[in-house]
Design a protein around this ligand. Structure first.
Ligand code: SF4
Length: 512
C-alpha cells in the first residue's frame, strides 16, 4: 500500500494473522486502483481481523508476505486475455499453472469476474474454484470456509465450497452452478482513493448494475439481469462522504439513466456546484434518452467536455434487430442538446459485423456522420468501432462472426469515408476480436493451447500458431453458427432468463 492511498474504512494496519490472502489483479496497480469491484472485494476481506490481505499486480515489486505463507490467491478476470497476466503472476511465484499440478503447499487459487462467470470452461484447469456472478456476498463466506479449513486437505475445502451457490469447482462434478445475483441494497463505492489510480483521486459510485435494454449481443446486460439500482439515500450519502476526500466523482453503471432518481441525483450535484463547491464529475457513458439539457448542463458545469453515446449500428433497421430501439431522430436530437448545452464533442460507439448487417447499414453510419458534420461544423464528433463478438448467455450466442477479411474491408471503408468528412475513427483490431470470440465460446481442452500462447509471448501470431499445434479449430469457435439444440460448454451455468428465452429472443430479433 502506498502513503498516498486514502482508506475510507477503518483499517487494522497492525494485523499479524496466520491466514493470508493475495488479491491479484491481471494488470498494473494504477488500473487495479480504478477497478471498483476489485477494490470492494479487497475492502471486504480486509475487514477480517484474522486475515492478512495484500494487493498483487503485474507491476508489484515486493510483497509483504512471502509466498510460502500465502494460503489463498484470488484473481480478478475481466477481459478474455487476462489469462496471460494471470499466468505470468503464477509463474513469478513458481506456482504451477494447472491446478492438477499444484501440491498441498501451493495456495488455493480462484478467479471471479465477468469472463469466467459467462463461460469458465476454457480456464477451468487453472483454478481450484471459480466464483460465478456477483461475488460481494459470497466472498466473505468463501474466505471464512477456506480459513476454517486451513489444516484440512484441499479436497475437503473444495467439497465444502462446492456446496455453496455460485461456486464452480472444476475438479468436482456439478450438474448446475447457479449464477449469483446481488441485490443492491446499499451502494458500492471506491473504498480506497489514490493519486496513483488510473482515474487519479476519483471517487467512483455504482449507481446501477445491469441494463434492462437487453441488446441481443450484450453480456453486460444479460449477465446482470435484472437491472438493480442502488438506494437513492445511499448514493447521496456516498457522494457526500467521497467529497470530503476528493472533488472528483464518477457515476458508474451500464444504464445509470434508468435509476428512478437519476435527475434528482444530478440536481443534488448541480446544487453543490452552484453553491461554489468545485466538483469534477464524469459518467461512464450515457444512453441517448438521458441526453437532456439539464443533465448535460450539469456535466458541463462539472468539467466534462465530451460524452460517449453508444448507438451500436448505423440504421434504424439494424438497431431494431439488436433490440436497440433508437431512431435516428433521437440521435440528432441528442447531438443538438449536447452542442447547445456546451459539450465540445461526442464520441459515438458502434459495432460492425452485427447479425444481418448489409452494406446499407455500413453506409448509414457514414450518412449519419455526414449529416451531423454538416449541421454542427465546429462540434467535434468521432466514432469508435469494434466488431461483433458472440458472447455466451446472450441471444446472439449461437451466431458466428463474419469473416475477418470482410470485416477488415468494412473497417477500412469506414475509415476512408469518415476521413473524407473530417471525422476521426478508431476501430478495434478485428484479428484480436476474432480471438476474443474463440475464447468467449471456447470449451474443454483449451488449457494446453492457452499455456502455449502464453509461453510463446501472447501476441496475435502466437494464438494462431498454438491453436494449430493443439488442434483447436478456431474458426469453429469464432465463425461457426451453432444449432439451437447444440450443447454449449456453458450450459451448466444456471442463469436467468435461461436458454429457452435466449433462443426465442434470438429468433424474434433476427426476424425483425
Ligand atoms: S443499452 Fe448498452 S448496456 Fe444496455 S443492453 Fe444495450 S449495449 Fe448493453
Amino acid at each position: 500500500m502506498n502513503n498516498s492511498d486514502i482508506y475510507l474504512y477503518n483499517r487494522n494496519i497492525s494485523k499479524n494473522a496466520d491466514y493470508t490472502v493475495w488479491l491479484a489483479f491481471p494488470g498494473i496497480r494504477s488500473f487495479a486502483l480504478s477497478s471498483l469491484g476489485y477494490l470492494w472485494m479487497f475492502k471486504d476481506i480486509d475487514t477480517f481481523d484474522d486475515v492478512n490481505i495484500e494487493m498483487l499486480c503485474t507491476d508489484t515489486k515486493t510483497t509483504k508476505n512471502r509466498i510460502e505463507n500465502v494460503n489463498l490467491i484470488g484473481f480478478s478476470f475481466t477481459f478474455d486475455t487476462d489469462f496471460l497476466s494471470i499466468f505470468s503472476i503464477l509463474e513469478r511465484f513458481s506456482i504451477p499453472l494447472k491446478s492438477s499440478e499444484r501440491g498441498k503447499d501451493n495456495p488455493l487459487i480462484f478467479a471471479g469476474g465477468p469472463v469466467v462467470s459467462a463461460n469458465p470452461v476454457p480456464y477451468k484447469e487453472f483454478f481450484d474454484f471459480i466464483i460465478i456472478g456477483d461475488g460481494e456476498d459470497i466472498n466473505l463466506k468463501v474466505v471464512e470456509i477456506c480459513k476454517s479449513c486451513k489444516y484440512k486437505s484441499k479436497v475437503e475445502v473444495l467439497e465444502k465450497l462446492a456446496e455453496l451457490d455460485g461456486i464452480y469447482v472444476p475438479s468436482i462434478v456439478q450438474k448446475k452452478v447457479q449464477k449469483l445475483t446481488k441485490r443492491l441494497e446499499s451502494c458500492v463505492y471506491t473504498p480506497i482513493i489514490s493519486s496513483e489510480a488510473f482515474f487519479s483521486n476519483t471517487f467512483i459510485i455504482e449507481m446501477a448494475r445491469g441494463c434492462a435494454n437487453r441488446c441481443g449481443f450484450c453480456l453486460a446486460s444479460y449477465m446482470n439481469l435484472p437491472l438493480r439500482c442502488a438506494p437513492y439515500e445511499d448514493i447521496l450519502k456516498a457522494i457526500e462522504s467521497g467529497l470530503k476526500y476528493t472533488n472528483k466523482i464518477a457515476l458508474l453503471g451500464a444504464q445509470i439513466s434508468a435509476h428512478p432518481k437519476f435527475v434528482e441525483i444530478f440536481n443534488f450535484i448541480d446544487k453543490k456546484i452552484k453553491s461554489g463547491q468545485q466538483i469534477e464529475m464524469s459518467v461512464s457513458s450515457l444512453r441517448v434518452d438521458a441526453v437532456r439539457p439539464e443533465i448535460i448542463k450539469t456535466l458541463v458545469d462539472a468539467g466534462q467536455k465530451n460524452i460517449t453515446l453508444a448507438i451500436e449500428a448505423g440504421s434504424d433497421r439494424l438497431r431494431k434487430v439488436i433490440n436497440k430501439n433508437l431512431p435516428k431522430e433521437k440521435i440528432f436530437e441528442a447531438v443538438k442538446v449536447s452542442a447547445s448545452a456546451g459539450l465540445k464533442g461526442l464520441k459515438f460507439y458502434g459495432m460492425i459485423g452485427l447479425p444481418t448487417e448489409t452494406d446499407e447499414d455500413i453506409n448509414a453510419l457514414v450518412s449519419l456522420a455526414e449529416k451531423i458534420k454538416k449541421n454542427y461544423k465546429s462540434f467535434d464528433i468521432s466514432f469508435g468501432f469494434s466488431s461483433f463478438v458472440p458472447k455466451p448467455n446472450t441471444p446472439f450466442q449461437w451466431i458466428g462472426r463474419e469473416a475477418t477479411k470482410s470485416l477488415e474491408q468494412k473497417a477500412q471503408y469506414l475509415k476512408k469515408e469518415m476521413h473524407k468528412l473530417g471525422v476521426q475513427v478508431s476501430v478495434s483490431s478485428i484479428k484480436w476480436d476474432y480471438w476474443q470470440a474463440v475464447l468467449s465460446r471456447g470449451g474443454d481442452g483449451f488449457a494446453d493451447f492457452l499455456i502455449d500462447v502464453y509461453k510463446n509471448g501472447g501476441k496475435l501470431g502466437d494464438f494462431k500458431k498454438s491453436a494449430k499445434q493443439h488442434k483447436i479449430n478456431s474458426d469453429y469457435y469464432a465463425l461457426g453458427t451453432f444449432d439451437f439444440g447444440a450443447n454449449l460448454p456453458w450450459d451448466f451455468i444456471d442463469i436467468k432468463p435461461g436458454k429457452e428465452f435466449l433462443q426465442n429472443e434470438c429468433i424474434k430479433l433476427l426476424e425483425t
